[in-house]
Design a protein around this ligand. Sequence first.
Ligand SMILES: Nc1nc2c(ncn2[C@@H]2O[C@H](COP(=O)(O)OP(=O)(O)OP(=O)(O)O)[C@@H](O)[C@H]2O)c(=O)[nH]1
Ligand SMILES: [Mg+2]
Ligand SMILES: [Zn+2]
Length: 304
Amino acid sequence: MITILIGKVLRASGVQYHVYSGGQHYICTVRGKLRKGLATTTNLLSVGDDVYITPVSAEQAVIERIAERRSKISRRSPGREPKEQILAVNIDYAVIVMAAVAPDFKKNRLDRYCEASLRGKVKPVICINKIDLADEEFIRREMQIYEKLGNPVLYTSARTRHGIDDLVDILRGNVSVLVGSSGVGKSSLINAVQPDLALKTNALRESFLKGRHTTTSAELVTLDIGGMVLDTPGLREFALWQDSSNDARDIMLSFPEIEQLSRHCKFRNCSHQHEPGCAVKQAVERGEIEPARYRNLIKLTGEH
Ligand SMILES: Nc1nc2c(ncn2[C@@H]2O[C@H](COP(=O)(O)OP(=O)(O)OP(=O)(O)O)[C@@H](O)[C@H]2O)c(=O)[nH]1
Ligand SMILES: [Mg+2]
Ligand SMILES: [Zn+2]
């Protein structure tokens, strides 16, 4: 008799997958016939995937089938032949971490992550960390636009534990992924929530450590407060992945204030750049849309 179990992929590294099923951890390979799906994605399975497995020993199993995904967050893989790189699937929240200090505090990075999350049916939460090193009032003013649009924004310090309770409220009972550049404090934040995880963290030192990532692989871990969280290695680039399921209009997902206005543009397929009767351009000129938001929208549209 063949036993088929349902499990969850906790770690995905190349050809091997760590799957948790019924209190047991299995190292899994993938049934050959599943591999044909690899053409457009860099990774066939992703952390968070629910899978059907057949155990071949107490520690090993074969993945037979991947359950339908309810959400995902992907980016366009760097390199000449871009593919979709799926960072995580079946997640509730993408906690987009940015440090409150230069050079990391760049709002335009947020739009990209928010857009990718919303496209994949993942709720974005913005987390401004290292608030102990910044003027919180100033940062809050800078972030007002995101709060007004209904994005949860957290102001945290993994060092002083300021705002960690707010992060706990988001993580509790949900499946979340922390994303953002290297060194912003993703691993430190998860450690602040649950110290016994003891995730490796690092001070980025000038030149010699530059570009090195402290977190090198990602594992979905279970939290004592309930829920699961995935720490990820900092990404240097985060380009949007475009596939047939999202068209040009989807770029507007993280720009609801502009999307609203665009319905009044004279042309339905208005690019909001040079068309006459463009309601968006007019609103920018009247100061009703933040110019930086407009510039960022045009930039993201151009990357399609
Ligand atoms: N002052 C201050 N420093 C922090 C805070 N959070 C993290 N750090 C420091 O920032 C450095 C980087 O933190 P990590 O947690 O390793 O950053 P990361 O985002 O996980 O980095 P990668 O794994 O490379 O992507 C470490 O030296 C931390 O001690 C904070 O809230 N305030
Ligand atoms: Mg890390
Ligand atoms: Zn327009």
